[in-house]
Each structure stands twice: as C-alpha cells, then as structure tokens.
Design a protein around this ligand. Structure first.
Ligand code: AMP
Length: 281
C-alpha cells in the first residue's frame, strides 16, 4: 500500500499514520519528523530549517523533495509507505509524481482528513496538555499563534492539492471529525474498497470491535458508495465519507454513469449479435 495522508495540522494525520503502520507493516514517511531529527542532529539540512519550522512556515520545496527521494530508495520501502506531511505544495506533488514515475512506484490513493478548522485549536491545546502531563517535550511550533500560521499556509499552499489529486482520481475524503477509531475504520474501509489492502486485513480488530460496542454510533451506515460500488466509482476516488452528502451524491452519480456506460456497451453487443445472425441468414 502506498498512500498520502493529507490534512491540516492537528487533523490526526500522524495518529492515523501510526495506526496504519501497525496494521499493515508499512513505513511512515513524515517530512516533519525527518526535519525535526535533522534539526536535533544539527545537520546541514537541519540548521537552516530550524528557524523556518519554528515560525510555522514551510522549508523550501527542494529540501523536502530531496529528503523524500533519498528515503524512497531505501529497501524498507518495498512493503509500502504512508507519506505524512508531504507533499505540501503543488510543485512538491508534481516532483513526487516524477519521482514515483522514475522509480516505477504506483501511488494507490491520497486520503484527505477533512476537519473543521475551529476545532483544530482545541485539539492542539489538548495534545500539548497531554504531552506535558506525560512529561514529554512539546513541539516549538505547537502554540496557538504558530498553529494559525500553519493553518494559513495549509489553506493557501496545501489545499490546492485536493483539486490536484481529485483531478487525477486519487482523492479519497474521510470525515476527520469522527473519533480516532471511526476515522481508522473508515480509512481501512475505503482502502479495501479501492483494493489497496486485503479486505481481511482491513477488517476491524477485536479490540476495535470492543471499543465500538461501547461507543455511541456517530453516523448512519457509511456512504452507500456509488449506489453499488462499481470499480470505476471506487477508483474515481468517489468513496464518500460518512456525513459527506456532497460526496455521496457525486458517488451515486458516478455509479449511475458507470452503469449507463455498461448498459450502452451491452446494447451495442446485442445489436452486433443480431446483425451477425442476419448476415448468416
Ligand atoms: P509537520 O510535523 O508535518 O507539522 O511539519 C512541521 C514543520 O516542518 C512544518 O511546519 C514545516 O515547517 C516543515 N515541513 C514538514 N513537511 C514539509 C514539507 N513537505 N514542505 C515544507 N515544509 C515542511
């Protein structure tokens, strides 16, 4: 499985990436983590990145592209990977397309965690409080002021990627406002729907089932994806997330369209048969 997790800071990308790593034994490639490690080690990449990161701005595209390119060449990539925090700009996405093409790697999907921005600040505050309670060091860019800047940069530089990947039929959107367990389940479900993972591997584990039994139902049965999920609809990335009416509608439309195409093809075949039979006579 090779996927990109897309979402603003605080949307839960890191948490979901770790859960996917545990479940599927793939590697998480987080440019933020790699850059923090470079800063801590005082490498030539880390030193200039330090101030940029502390301010909430993005480090130059060429820096992260070269980090990712090197990382994709490592042998542990063969089972698959999750890109978390990369790409973050359209030029980074275009560079990634080139890299993957050159390295003969196929991207399965881009999973977007859609969240309500006003809730993000609360999430970050909670995360900081929890980290402090555990005695962990809090990230320098985890303050409300820096978060606002990171959100602004997400909106202007990263959000265009939603359109970029949607046009390339890679985008799958999940409602990131659900509980962690529900988001995980939804991600697993859509990854199974597009064939990126075995349905068996994506099925909820016992612990998750137990957690779900005690949890309140959040929404009705997920997006009756594309009426009956045709491969075309699933592949088109129209697997709607729970509660996303628009996505559901689009998915149904795509499903119908696919159905229509199949029906048309069927009709053509039938008429060809008739013509053949007539010719025989
Ligand atoms: P993250 O842990 O993904 O929130 O990233 C932390 C910081 O690292 C960001 O605010 C940026 O300064 C920098 N960074 C991480 N990934 C990228 C990227 N793909 N492009 C540019 N800067 C990045």
């Amino acid at each position: 499985m090779r996927i990109i997790l897309l979402g603003p800071p605080g949307s839960g990308k890191g948490t979901q990436a770790q859960l996917l790593v545990q479940r599927y034994g793939i590697v998480q490639l987080s440019t933020g983590e790699m850059l923090r490690a470079a800063v801590a080690a005082g490498t030539p990449v880390g030193l200039p990145a330090q101030d940029i990161m502390a301010s909430g701005a993005l480090v130059p595209d060429e820096v992260v592209i070269s980090i990712i390119s090197d990382r994709l060449d490592q042998p542990d990539m063969k089972n698959g990977f999750i890109l978390d925090g990369f790409p973050r700009t359209v030029p980074q996405a275009a560079a990634l397309d080139d890299l993957l093409k050159k390295k003969h790697i196929k991207l399965d999907a881009v999973v977007e965690l859609r969240v309500n921005e006003s809730a993000l600040l609360n999430r970050v505050e909670t995360r900081v409080a929890e980290m402090r309670a555990r005695g962990e060091e809090v990230r320098i860019d985890d303050t409300p002021e820096v978060l606002s800047k990171r959100l602004a940069s997400y909106r202007t530089l990263t959000e265009p990627l939603i359109h970029y990947y949607s046009e390339r039929r890679k985008l799958l959107t999940v409602d990131g406002m659900m509980t962690i367990e529900h988001v995980t389940r939804e991600i697993n479900r859509i990854l199974a729907a597009i064939g990126a993972v075995e349905p068996k591997a994506a099925a909820p584990k016992r612990a998750e089932m137990a957690a779900r039994k005690t949890a309140k139902p959040v929404a009705k049965k997920a997006a009756k994806t594309a009426g009956k999920p045709t491969r075309a609809a699933a592949k088109a990335g129209k697997v709607a997330s729970k509660g996303s009416k628009k996505a559901k509608k689009t998915a149904r439309k795509t499903g119908k369209k696919a159905g229509r195409t199949i029906a048309k093809r069927g009709a053509k075949k039938a008429s060809k048969k008739v013509t053949k039979r007539r010719a025989k006579r």
